[in-house]
Design a protein around this ligand. Structure first.
Ligand code: BDR
Ligand code: CA
Length: 330
């Protein structure tokens, strides 16, 4: 797996178990192509999402990956909505109670180097000579601030891959809303209307990237820390979904977003829709409304992914976590 177009990549998210796996996938598949991880409050408060990003870099170093992406600490709360974390799915540490896998972990060296997240994204966009992709896999607070505070830098985004929204079936934060959009609906609304080149990967598609206990066997015995972490974190994640939804399975939402940013031939079908977000609903806040066909003629249209090659994604995902890391991408 590699960014066929050689784009530099920034990961903006709220690790979080599936965020963590997306970061490991990037570190192992494109190495130095991952320029930065910027954190936002979401699954866990931002100090913890930052700490988790640092833990993943540390873990990758133990697997022999020398590249250390820059880390940014972004927004501590949504633009207007209250912060709603989801430790019930991701654990008190946000990483599936895997504290014992990081004995003696010291975040201070990472804190000393950390930058303010939104400014860091703007800097990278301004200084990179080639295209920059952003994978946004948490609430869109940092991205909305990037657009208002740094419009010139934001205009340089090559592609913004967003995991969020739901157009078919039930939401996961309410009957009609997906968690990332629900968590900061005002930010999502502003980003979707911004005119940036967006590729939106909604929940009904990421739910097809199912992981069940038997899939974890593919990771056993590899000896990599990434595999050991993934097995433990996913066991927790599958159990947490089982307890809440009665289905013993989890979904690789954010790794799928990362994978299509790295290799967009995984996208088999997408459509151009105008997408709006309900921000004032009494019971429908965070709902993503698609204006398709004749409804979508006016306003900003974004690419909404409808079909991906899930089989190829799963094979590439497990292979990346298990196998030796790819040669560092410049
Ligand atoms: C999204 O919500 C979060 O809990 C996950 O990390 C993912 O980004 C799925 O709706
Ligand atoms: Ca996430």
């Amino acid at each position: 797996m590699s960014t066929g177009d050689g784009a530099a990549l920034i990961y903006d998210g709220d690790p979080g178990i599936d965020d963590a796996l997306a970061i490991l996938l990037a570190l192992r598949a494109i190495g130095a192509g991952l320029r930065a991880i910027t954190c936002v409050a979401g699954n866990v408060p931002v100090p913890k999402s930052f700490r988790n990003a640092a833990k993943l870099i540390e873990l990758s170093k133990r697997d022999g990956i020398a590249h250390e992406p820059e880390i940014g600490i972004g927004s501590a709360k949504p633009l207007r909505a209250p912060l709603r974390t989801s430790e019930h799915i991701h654990g008190s540490d946000g990483l599936g109670e895997t504290q014992d896998l990081f004995p003696g972990f010291d975040p201070r060296p990472y804190l000393a180097k950390a930058r303010e997240g939104v400014g860091l994204i703007a800097d990278i966009l301004s200084r990179e000579p080639g295209p920059v992709k952003i994978v946004a896999a948490g609430p869109l607070t940092n991205i909305a601030k990037l657009i208002t505070r740094y419009p010139t830098a934001a205009a340089r985004v090559g592609e913004l891959v967003i995991m969020g929204g739901v157009f078919e079936g039930e939401g996961n934060a309410s009957p009609v809303a997906e968690y990332n959009v629900y968590s900061d609906p005002h930010a999502a609304r502003a980003v979707f209307a911004s005119g940036l080149p967006i590729r939106l990967l909604p929940l009904e598609v990421t739910r097809r990237a199912v992981v069940r206990r038997e899939h974890l066997n593919a990771l056993r015995g590899s000896g990599s820390m990434a595999s050991e972490f993934a097995i433990r974190a996913l066991e927790y994640y599958i159990r947490a979904h089982g307890d809440r939804l009665g289905k013993e399975e989890g979904y690789l939402h954010d790794p799928l977003a990362m994978a299509i940013a790295i290799d967009d031939s995984l996208v088999l079908e997408e459509e151009l829709w105008r997408v709006e977000v309900e921000v004032k609903g009494e019971i429908t806040t965070g709902q993503t409304v698609a204006y398709r066909g004749p409804w979508g003629v006016e306003g900003n249209r974004i690419r909404v992914v409808r079909e991906v090659d899930i089989g190829r994604f799963s094979r590439a995902f497990f292979m990346a976590l298990k196998g030796p890391p790819a040669r560092a991408h410049p």
